[in-house]
Design a protein. Structure first.
Length: 121
């Protein structure tokens, strides 16, 4: 059976305590296009994620595009994760002007470097 590639609200981090927990206790990986903060979930369940964009990236249009790209990368590759994790993706200037293919390459490269992929992508 093919898993569904949806991204419901239950798979998004929204609360301040989750962001603080990941910042203090999680692991961090920085790349040119993005920063990946993650921590394994103590309870079994689906992986959750959030995207952060700062005003340094550009105006609202640029920031929203970066958020949409990173959410789409997570949505398309969420079932390739080898363990259930909470992750926060922070967009960087290398993502500005990138297309979906470039964003997905950067996202998968970060996951591969963090040993979070269960199969070769």
């Amino acid at each position: 059976m093919v898993p569904r590639l949806t991204l419901p609200r239950s798979r998004r981090l929204r609360q301040r305590r989750d962001f603080s927990r990941l910042r203090q206790n999680g692991r961090r990986l920085a790349r040119r296009e993005l920063v990946l903060n993650w921590q394994e979930r103590s309870v079994d369940g689906d992986s959750r994620m959030a995207v952060i964009t700062t005003r340094r990236l550009g105006n609202a249009v640029v920031r929203n595009r970066a958020r949409r790209l990173l959410r789409e990368c997570f949505r398309r590759n969420q079932h390739a994760l080898c363990k259930s994790v909470d992750m926060v993706l922070v967009a960087r200037s290398g993502l500005v002007g990138a297309g979906l293919a470039q964003a997905e390459t950067a996202f998968l490269g970060a996951l591969r470097e963090a040993n979070l992929l269960s199969r070769q992508q």
